[in-house]
Design a protein around this ligand. Structure first.
Ligand code: UAG
Ligand code: ATP
Ligand code: API
Ligand code: MG
Length: 487
């Protein structure tokens, strides 16, 4: 138990009704989770307003309420705290409640449209190889050193983040790598965390359903760097046209990385093949098992970050050469019939283009490239035609299918995707709503040496339709169909 006063340390309070010298058991922002002696923080959401649930929280035992508007009728046994912004207050309270765990380890945040999971996961792998205890907060999974937990968000809410960081403290974790999504920044999920460093990957089209414009999306990402302390490093991809904008107002020490521009950390691709990349990182050569130009950027960011965190260069290069690809990120298998199947999480136009260009750079032009792709429902609709155009322009054949339809009609999503296909590419496309059938058809269409790309769901092990998730794993399914075809 901890006092409400201690939890509120550093929170700017507008009005206090009642005592802050009460003992508190837990903090919740969801009334349904509140129990006796908890504090309820009322947050205005995207769907409903948490202020509507203050009475529900009190009837479940809340001893205190933190809110932006104090209810007209108050109860004398409850303490009411009015703040300017509840989600900001929640983040600071969460950190205080768990003993400010981000101060007891070196925390690095990775932000940008694509590459966050790859970079954070590879940094986790690398620092494990270097013998440290390491933490990871990612889209794919959460790791408290060797203990694995499932992830629900790319960047969890502030209570969840701090709870895991506290567990990491208890396990003696020294470094933690986390993804910082634009939703996370916008909703103040990472506010109040002490970062040792921040990495910017790139910025392209995504989440324009949530952020009203590209400029707003960019400025939200930039806020992460604006809030870094002067003790931190800010590492940016200077080849990206928004790379320098990210660091415009940061107090952190600035570093850049690039393949094309002048930068503190430079890489050059010497070879780009199906079995890996030969890279020159500043002035050292290294073989990595990852594929494609975009991974050269990811590897360079990892190299720079690890050096900035103090790893010794020769040792670092050896670990980099041992890194293994991240689940669902260019994960591939080659069947006995020499058909290559690649599963990749490309669910944005930019990522899809990168993956297809990478494959086209490597393949000889006699082979077919068959792409299976869809777009998620209840997500940014404007990316659909763009992805339709890219998939059909850069593949030999395309099967449009469902991703996670969520509450939308799958056929309607496919219609939106097809609107982007240019007339001359139409003959290359077909649509099969059932994703399993689509993958099966791709396998049947493939000849020896052809390549199948299954894009959009990567590591996901489910498909979500109308709120129900059923088991679905692209990699397992394609592996099974390719095996059946051999008989
Ligand atoms: C759009 C979005 O980001 N929504 C997040 C947000 O929920 P919300 O604002 O919609 O919440 P709401 O339903 O309006 O409720 C408002 C408040 O009332 C409370 N409430 C509500 C009902 C009730 O009975 N009692 C009660 O107290 C809720 O707990 C909440 O505090 O806050 C919730 C709590 O932190 C999140 O779980 C939820 O994530 C939803 C599930 C989600 O799908 N988020 C995705 C879009 C997301 O965050 N993705 C990013 C980026 C992915 C990427 O980079 O590609 C991520 O970081 O994962
Ligand atoms: N540096 C990069 N630049 C562009 N595309 C990339 C880069 N790294 C990975 N990709 C592509 O984007 C896809 C998603 O990569 P990753 O999961 O690392 O990104 P993310 O930023 O974590 O995405 P999310 O926001 O969904 O969590 C990969 O499957 C790959 O196709
Ligand atoms: N973090 C992203 C992932 C999208 C993955 C794609 N498979 C989909 O379901 O749309 C989102 O929630 O928008
Ligand atoms: Mg991710």
């Amino acid at each position: 138990m901890i006092t409400l006063k201690d939890i509120l340390y550093k929170v700017t309070l507008d009005t206090v009704i009642g005592s802050t010298n009460v003992m508190v058991r837990n903090i919740h922002f969801n009334s349904r989770s509140v129990a006796i002696n908890d504090v309820f923080v009322a947050v205005k959401g995207t769907v409903v307003d948490g202020h509507n649930y203050i009475d529900a929280a009190i009837s479940q035992g809340a001893i205190a309420v933190v809110c932006e508007v104090i209810p007209a009728i108050t109860k004398k046994e409850v303490t009411y705290i009015k703040v300017d912004d509840s989600s900001r207050a929640l983040a600071i309270m969460a950190s205080n409640f768990y003993g400010n765990p981000s101060e007891n380890l070196k925390l690095v945040g990775v932000t940008g449209t694509n590459g966050k999971t790859t970079i954070a996961s590879l940094l986790y792998q690398l620092f494990k190889k270097a013998g440290f205890k390491v933490g990871l907060l990612s889209t794919v999974k959460i790791m408290v050193d060797n203990k694995e937990f499932s992830a629900t968000h790319t960047t969890p809410d502030s209570l969840t983040i701090n709870a895991y960081l506290k567990q990491m403290n208890d396990e003696g974790v020294e470094f933690c790598f986390m993804e910082v999504s634009s939703h996370g920044i916008d909703q103040n999920r990472t506010l109040g965390l002490k970062f040792e460093g921040g990495i910017f990957t790139n910025l392209s089209h995504d989440h324009l359903d949530y952020h009203n414009s590209f400029a707003e999306y960019r400025d939200v990402k930039k806020r992460f760097f604006d809030e870094l302390p002067n003790t931190a490093f800010a590492l940016t991809n200077i080849d990206d046209k928004n790379g320098s904008i990210m660091l415009q107002n940061t107090k952190a020490k600035q570093y850049s990385y690039a393949l094309k521009s002048y930068a503190d950390y430079k890489a050059q691709i010497l070879e780009n093949q199906f079995n890996g990349l030969l890279l020159k990182l500043n002035d050292s050569e290294v073989w990595v098992r990852l594929i494609g130009t975009f991974n050269a950027y990811n590897i360079l960011a990892i190299f720079a970050c690890a050096e900035l965190l103090g790893l010794e260069k020769d040792e670092l290069l050896r670990f980099i050469s041992e890194l293994e690809s991240v689940s669902g990120r260019f994960q591939f298998l080659i069947s006995d019939e020499k058909i290559t199947a690649i599963v990749d999480y490309a669910h944005t136009p930019d990522a899809l283009q990168n993956v297809l260009e990478t494959i086209n750079d490597i393949r000889t032009k006699n082979e077919n490239l068959i792409t299976v792709v869809g777009c998620g429902g209840d997500r940014d609709k404007t990316k659909r035609p763009k992805m339709g155009h890219i998939a059909s322009a850069l593949s030999t054949k395309v099967i449009f299918t469902s991703d996670n339809p969520r509450t939308e009609v799958p056929e309607k999503i496919i219609d939106d995707i097809e609107k982007g296909v240019e007339a001359q590419n139409f003959k290359k496309t077909m649509s099969i709503v059932d994703r399993k059938q689509a993958i099966k058809t791709a396998c049947q269409l493939a000849n020896p040496n052809d390549i199948i790309l299954i894009a959009g769901k990567g590591h996901e092990t489910y498909q979500e339709v109308n709120g129900v998730r059923t088991d679905f794993d692209d990699f397992k399914i394609v592996k099974e169909f390719l095996k059946q075809l051999q008989k």
